[in-house]
Every structure is written in C-alpha cells, then in structure tokens.
Design a protein around this ligand. Structure first.
Ligand code: MN
Length: 725
C-alpha cells in the first residue's frame, strides 16, 4: 500500500497558470511578472529538450516550482526553481541570469548548478558523508538546498522510465545524501517521500515483500487503528481537549530498517501502527499523555519526551507506546500544531509565506537557525545520524574539484597552491598558475567549496618563500619548506666552495699548491666528512671555520708558518726585543701599547714608564702626544725579528649564514691566525663581528683589510683597541 502522506499521487502541474494559481492561493501579492519572466526564459532554454518520459522538459521545472509553492515559499525561490536547470542545460550563463533577474536569483541557480555537478561527476572516491557535508558547505543561501531537495524529489518521483542501473544510482544517492539532508533540516515530509521513492527502486524485492506482508494485514490493521481512534476521541471528549488525530502504518523503508537492525518479524515491530494526536498547547500534550497512560499500560522504555528535549533538527513531540488488552501495540505521538508543522516542513517553514505576516526577514530566520545550532550544541544526541549543523556549516573544510571531477577536501582558506600539493607534490613544486572556474587567478586566491580548479605547471617554476604566506595545509607548508631548505643547501655549498677555492688560489700563488681533479673532495672525506658536499654546506653556513689546524690537515704539503710565541702586551719577550730597535735601551721590559697596538711596518715610538718599562706606541698616538720629550725614545723595526701582532677589528656585516665563515676564510687565506671571534646582533639584518687575530706586519694587515672589504656581506670595518671594556 502507498504510505500515507505520499504526495506523488497529486495531479502534476503542466501549465504555468496552474502554478500561478497555486501561488496566488497563499500569496496574493506575489510578483507574477517575475515568475512569468522566469517561466519564459526557462521555456526558451529547454525548448528542444525532452525528459526520459518523452514529455517536454518544462514539466520538470514546473513541478519543482510547484513543490516549492507547496512549501509556500517566496517568489525568488520559485523563480529560481523554474530556472534551476537553465545554467546547466542551456547556453544561458550565470551572467545572463544576473542581467535579467538580478544577483539573488542568479546566485541561487548557480548554487543549485554547482550541487548538481557533484552528481554528474565521478565521485566514486567520496563517501556519502563527505558529499553531504560538501553540499551543505557549498550552500550560502539555504534556498539552494530547498530547491535542490524539490528537484530531487521530482526526479525520484519520476524514476520509472530510466534503466535499472541509473534508477538505482539516483535512488542510492537520494537515500544516502539528500534524505539525510532533508532530515537534518527537519523537513520530515520531503524526507519521507524521498526515502519511500528511493527504497522502492533501490530494493525492489524487499519493498515488494514488506508491502505484501503489510497488505496481508491491511484490513485487520485498519480496524485496529479505527478502534483506537474512537477510544482516543472519547478520552479527548471526556477531558474537553481540542485535538485532531490521524494514523499511519509504518513506512516500508522504516520497517525494513527495523527488521534489519533487530532481526525480528513484522509482528514484533512496536510502532508498526502509529497514531498522531495534534493539539493546541504543550499543556494539552502532557494532559493527553497522562490520560492515555491511565487508559492503557505503556512500555516505559519506549516513552520519549522530545518536547522537553527536542532533537537537533528541532523535532518536538511526545512518543509513547501502549498495549491494548488484546496485546496490540500502538505508538502514539502527541504534539502541538506548531510542532507538527516544524516536523513536516522544518527549515522550510521559516521561508514560508504566512497570512498577515508575509515572509520572515533574514535576521529572524538566522536567529531560528542559530537556535537550532545552539540547541544541538547543548543537547548532543549521539544517536543522531548527522552531527552538528554548525560543524558542517562553518567553513573549516572546503570541497573543490579537479577538472576531471575528483573531489579534493581542503581546509577553509586554502589556495590553489594547497590544492596543487594535495594533487601531487610534483604538481605543487612546479605550479605556475591556476584556473578556477575557467578563469585565470593568482596563486594566492582563496578557494571556495565547489570551485573547479586546474593547475598549470612549468618545469622551471619552483616554490618560493612567498608561497608560505599563501598556504595553510600542513602538506603544502612542509613541501615548500623542504624545497627551500634544499635550495638553501645548494646555495650554501656553492658559497663554501667559493671560500675554499679562494684559499686554494692563495696557496697556489704563495706555495705553488696544485690539486688534481677530485683531490680536494678525497681529502675532505679522508678528514671524516661524510661527503664533500656536506662539508662545503657547513662551510657556507658558517658552521665550520677554516682554521689553521684544519687547513694544515687538509694541505699537509704547505709548510706551516714558523710558530712563534705571540708578543702579548705587558709581557716581556725576547722576540719583541729582537724585533724592535730602541736606541740606548736594552734591559727595559718592552710591551706594545694597548691603545694603538702598533704592528710591524708602522712608525713607532717608545715611551718610558715608571712601572711598565718601555711601551711601544704608534707615532702620533694621542696618549703620548703630550709626553715629556725625555721619556720618548726613537724606535724602529728590525729586519730580522719575527713577531705575531694581535689586532682587533670590528666588522659590521649582513647577518646571513656564511658571512662568518667568509671572514675566517679571509684570515686563513692570508695565513693569519684567529684568536677570538665575538658576534653581536645589531638589528634584524646586521651584526657586529669582533675579530682578534694575529698578523706579521702592516702589509699583511693591509691585504687582509682589503680582502675583508671585498668580502660579500661585509659592510664596514674598524680597527679597535685591543682591550675590551
Ligand atoms: Mn532539475
């Protein structure tokens, strides 16, 4: 038997004036001009098309509009319903519709088109749950979903002419995706019909068997329900409560699910027979429940109060199951008229035209929607098939398509670069530009659910640091960072090689050092480096200085310069005495002044102190300018003495990896020994390197100075006093 409430038997609307009459019956001020225009354009767009039933195509948009009119929706929804297949099936574009009907209608039709594409695309790899979320996420205006549900409803009502395979595909999709969406939105009536039609086509055997079993009991069932109706009527009269009653037999799909779940036979289904009592007030609901519980025993485990605790889709009702003395069980649902309307129409009720009130404004609708969301958050019902509406509607996830229709699930805010990496890391690494919905867009564009995204690649395109600003998926971030690291490593290794070759060139000039092909690499590996590349990279990154011991180990053929004790200031040393000739003085202790730290080659003067012997200053050093002439002694450098002089330089450098190594490499190249290196950040880009090293004489120092100044990253240098404050 046909389930009660099935509207498919309703006369189908085939003419525009019938639709017009239907709308005018509830909405006398409807904008008929708009509707007529929509009808005309739709007729033009579909003029040469036929449905599978061989009827003119316009039967379908008219029926969809009629279902929307049954929901008493506004003219925008109904006009969009008439136009819903125009973009998809005809040369009319979204822009055409916007020009003729304005943005609101064009956007809604576009939304329906986007959702329709999901069905026609090959979405084998997407789960029903994903598709459901996707459809909701893609919907900016809830009317898009209302139209899509009406569209699907008419399609499942008219599945018969299709081949079995196609019927089953549409029926399965309806059961898994569209019926649950209707349920979540509280649209019980449409949900039921979507399920009933789909069940019939998806499980024809089961449908036949269950329908036959129910039919076998039909006369008995109706007699039972009529008897109950009479009894309940008496109770209502006794209590003077105004209420309407209606009854139904459980729908085949619900019976099927219950039998499957509990593995029982039809006679054990408690709610096979159900009666609904609809009254004016909540107080009446409880009064009726009390009276019924007094009249018949009820099954406590089957009692549910969805009035106090509504379902997340705002369904409210009392459910109770009673047993008659004959042992027949009935489920009785008690609710108010308002609750009844919400259970039948759900969210659609809020777009509905109400006499005397017109349409609710958007704010009121939104408030209702927020209530629904808020309610679910505070009363989560784990049994709900669908979880929070809020979770699905917040744009934390988006669903976009490849040109071939593969669904790619990304975080909200994702860009084409994220998309490219989600496709394949190679696509990401070489992405050049993006085409979104057939338009070229910058790679930083934020994607939206439903976008069709194509990535153009080029071999010579590579990730840049800039990309990191425009990606939000971990996968893309990781890949880009890895690529940048790789590039950086190559760059650092090149810098390391340059530093090394500078040393080698210098050694070649000075010591006639000649290295064969690959000789350097072999030597580096012999010094326990895993490979030469790693060594050069460390060198370039400044992780390893080119110090003298290492260079001596690397180039054993180079004679190490004679190691001579350093003339530390303040210590009497023989080398200093040998290196400096001061007339008439031999037994005084010699030291080098810290203020000017003279080195061999610079003009010097000796200054006799009371406690520290003879201190050697640069000629013209301010600290001896005012000295008594008697204390000053002529001094000069001897040809023979070998002394290493300590000098300190402050270098202002760009703070980049490798700069420090470059500096130390300069010293190595000039056979100078670094004694101390201190680095200090000046600001984000620059640093100061305080370098104390040994030189033999002024000419060596000049060479090093010149070399510093030509070194990449060195901005400025300054010779300083040796003492540090
Ligand atoms: Mn359609």
């Amino acid at each position: 038997m046909a389930p009660k409430g099935d509207e498919s038997g309703e006369p189908m609307i085939k003419r525009f004036y019938e639709l017009q009459e239907k709308i005018l019956s509830y909405y006398p001020e409807a904008n008929l001009e708009l509707l007529k225009k929509a009808y005309t354009i739709a007729t033009d767009a579909h003029q040469s098309q036929l449905r599978a039933s061989k009827e003119p195509y316009m039967v379908h948009p008219l029926s969809v509009a009629s279902i929307l009119a049954d929901l008493r929706l506004d003219e925008i929804s109904i006009a969009a319903g008439l136009l819903h297949d125009v973009i998809e099936d005809s040369p009319y574009t979204r822009e055409d519709l916007e020009k003729r009907f304005g943005k609101e209608i064009a956007d809604i039709v576009w939304g329906v088109t986007k959702i329709s594409k999901i069905s026609t695309m090959d979405v084998v790899d997407a789960q029903a749950e994903t598709l459901k979320k996707m459809i909701v996420a893609m919907t900016g205006d809830i009317r898009v979903i209302l139209i899509k549900l009406a569209d699907r409803l008419h399609n499942v009502r008219t599945l018969a002419p299709f081949r079995e395979e196609k019927r089953k595909k549409i029926a399965r999709e309806t059961l898994e995706i569209y019926a649950p969406i209707a349920y979540r939105l509280g649209m019980g009536k449409i949900k039921d019909e979507l399920e009933d039609c789909s069940f019939m086509y998806l499980y024809p055997e089961e449908f036949k068997r269950i329908s036959a079993e129910v039919d076998d009991r039909h006369d008995w069932v109706i007699a039972q329900l009529e008897a109950l109706k009479t009894e309940v009527g008496k109770i209502l009269a006794d209590y003077h409560i105004h209420a309407e009653t209606e009854y139904r037999i459980k729908r085949p799909i619900s019976i099927y699910r219950k039998l499957q779940r509990q593995n029982i036979d039809l006679d054990r289904v408690y709610d096979l027979l159900a009666m609904r009592v609809i009254t004016d007030t909540v107080a009446n609901c409880y009064a009726i429940m009390g009276a019924i519980h007094q009249r018949w025993p009820h099954i406590p485990a089957r009692w549910r109060d969805f009035i106090t605790t509504p379902k997340s889709n705002q369904y409210r009702s009392i459910h109770t199951t009673i047993i008659t003395p004959e042992g027949v069980k009935f489920e009785i649902q008690i609710r108010t008229f308002e609750m009844h309307q919400v259970s039948e129409e759900g969210i659609a009720a809020h777009w509905k035209y109400k006499e005397g009130l017109g349409f609710l404004d958007n704010d009121t609708r939104l408030e209702w929607f927020r209530d629904m969301i808020e309610h679910h958050r505070t009363n989560p019902d784990p049994k709900e098939f669908l979880t929070s509406v809020k979770k699905d509607l917040t744009p934390n996830e988006i669903y976009v398509f490849t040109p071939k229709g593969k669904v790619i699930n990304l975080k909200g805010g994702a860009s084409p670069i994220d998309f490219a990496y989600a496709i394949h890391s190679e696509v990401g690494d070489h992405c050049k530009s993006a085409v979104v919905n057939e338009k070229m867009v910058p790679l930083r564009t934020v994607l939206n659910s439903g976008d069709v995204v194509e990535i153009l690649t080029a071999k010579n395109c590579h990730p840049s640091a800039d990309w990191l600003k425009h990606v939000i998926t971990i996968r893309a971030k990781r890949r880009i960072a890895a690529y940048l690291q790789k590039i950086d490593n190559v760059r650092l290794a090149e810098r390391g090689k340059r530093l090394m070759s500078r040393v080698v060139r210098e050694y070649h000039k000075k010591h006639k050092l000649v290295l064969g092909d690959g000789e350097m690499e072999r030597r580096i590996v012999a010094l326990h480096y895993p490979d030469a590349e790693t060594f050069f990279r460390d060198l370039g990154a400044g992780k390893r200085p080119l110090d003298r011991p290492f260079l001596q180990a690397l180039f054993p053929e180079i004679q190490a310069p004679a190691v001579v004790p350093v003339a530390h200031p303040g210590h009497r040393t023989d080398p200093l005495h040998r290196a400096i000739v001061v007339e008439g003085i031999q037994d005084l202790e010699f030291s080098l002044a810290k203020c000017c730290s003279p080195i061999k080659g610079e003009a010097i003067v000796g200054y006799v102190t009371a406690s520290r012997g003879l201190v050697i200053h640069k000629k013209g050093c301010p600290s001896v300018a005012a000295a008594v002439p008697l204390r000053l002694k002529e001094a000069s450098w001897s040809e023979t003495g070998e002394v290493n002089f300590l000098v300190r330089y402050d270098l202002t450098v760009l703070d980049r990896p490798g700069t420090l190594t470059a500096i130390t490499a300069v010293n190595a190249a000039h056979d100078s020994n670094i004694k101390k290196v201190e680095q200090e950040q000046i600001n984000q880009n620059t640093a100061r390197v305080a370098l104390t090293f040994e030189v033999r004489d002024q000419s060596q120092l000049h060479e090093i100075e010149a070399h510093f100044l030509s070194t990449e990253g060195v901005i400025h240098l300054n010779r300083r006093r040796l003492t540090s404050r």
